[in-house]
Design a protein around this ligand. Structure first.
Ligand code: GLN
Length: 383
């Protein structure tokens, strides 16, 4: 068996969701909203199954979806993308990331990763033959430094795998950080694979800045996003990849032998959804921001040290002030004794740099959040 995958544990998301199911805990671990997602978008998908084409769609994605993606990013991020040559539809962002790594890496190439990072990154990099080089980001700001980048980059650097807004920290890199990163990519002739799935889930009036828009990055960036986070439909797994034609031609070769295509009805519904008016996107953000504020205030009132959340479905709590030194043990107690599932952020650090941060998903109904807060009250009896 392949040593990389056979040595892996089950993903922390599955472990915590399974524990939550077994114990009847409130699940604030794995990130998915309580709400069923926009009804009109779901209705389009249902309608397309009954009246539309259900055989293989084109390998690059339905033309109507690729055009909708181009129009969407022109409208929201000022990007000019050629729907025929620079956009491809994948079965979720994770497929896009896996395919991009397979397409761009040769054995022994180095890949710069920023920890804490999404748990799929390291095994996918290794399986594609890449050698991970880590930049460690530390709470509370999780920002980049030139020294840290200088240590991670080398003449062997082929790819940088960058997530912004960053899950699990709920932080957004500053424009100065993006410029610093771009500078290193240009200097070391590296391609940036940018996982920007949280680009629309940003708060307090923020606007997402794509790496692709930075000077000199147009030809060396693979931008990845996903309908799951844009429409709160995390199970749909409709992703999009955007890159200049020389990169895209190779990315398409990987995609054609991984999934080849993505269910056409979901593609049609996403094409419709991307054209929704600004009110939908503003409303989605406002709703999650309200939930963030409600949950953060509740936690603070209970004495928890809440770290700022600028985007994503998550906020983090620093458990060091509680005298805790091990987030895994803390989360295990939380789910078993208090009935609330959360995610230990140490699971996203490859080298054990940080062990006292716990991630909660607040993309839930008020009743769910209030129920969790009641259980998180230190005075609440242990079950
Ligand atoms: N993106 C989700 C999260 O961060 C998890 C997805 C998964 O379970 N693989 O919670």
């Amino acid at each position: 068996m392949n040593p990389i995958f056979s040595a892996l544990e089950t993903s922390v998301f599955e472990v915590m969701s399974q524990l939550a199911r077994e114990t009847g805990a409130i699940n604030l671990g794995q990130g998915f909203p309580d709400d069923p997602g926009p009804e009109d978008v779901r209705a389009r998908a249902a309608e397309a199954v009954m009246t539309g084409w259900n055989q293989y769609p084109p390998m690059m994605g339905l033309p109507e979806l690729r055009q909708a993606v181009a129009a969407h990013y022109r409208r929201w991020q000022g990007l000019e993308l050629d729907a025929d040559r620079e956009i491809m539809v994948t079965s979720g962002a994770t497929e896009a990331i896996a395919g991009a790594l397979m397409a761009l890496l040769a054995p022994g190439d180095e890949v710069v990763l920023f920890e804490p990072m999404y748990d799929a990154y390291v095994p996918l990099v290794r399986r594609a033959g890449g050698i991970p080089k880590f930049v460690t980001l530390k709470p509370p700001h999780f920002g980049l430094t030139e020294e840290a980048l200088a240590q991670a980059f080398s003449p062997k650097t082929r790819v940088v795998l960058f997530n912004n807004p960053l899950n699990p920290t709920a932080t957004i890199f500053s424009e100065a950080d993006l410029d610093l990163l771009a500078d290193f990519c240009v200097r070391f002739d590296a391609v940036a694979i940018c996982d920007e799935v949280w680009e629309h889930v940003v708060f307090d009036g923020r606007r997402h800045v794509p790496v692709l828009s930075r000077p000199q990055m147009r030809e060396r960036t693979v931008k990845i996003s996903s309908a799951g986070k844009i429409f709160s439909l995390t199970g749909w797994k409709v992703g999009f990849v955007m890159a200049a034609p020389p990169l895209m031609r190779v990315l398409a070769k990987a995609h054609q032998y991984i999934t080849f295509t993505t269910p056409p009805n979901l593609q049609a519904a996403v094409a419709y959804g991307l054209g929704k008016d600004d009110g939908y996107f503003e409303g989605m953000r406002a709703g999650f921001q309200r939930s963030r504020d409600r949950f953060a205030k509740g936690l603070e009132d209970l004495g928890y040290a809440v770290l700022p959340s600028a985007g994503t479905y998550f906020l983090n709590v620093d458990i060091a002030p509680l005298g805790e030194a091990d987030d895994v043990a803390f989360c295990r107690r939380l789910v078993m004794e208090k009935g609330v599932a959360a995610i230990p952020v140490s699971a996203f650090y490859a080298q054990g740099a940080v062990k006292t941060v716990v991630r909660f998903c607040f993309a839930k109904r008020d009743e769910t959040l209030d129920g969790a807060l009641e259980r998180l009250d230190p005075r609440h009896p242990v079950r």
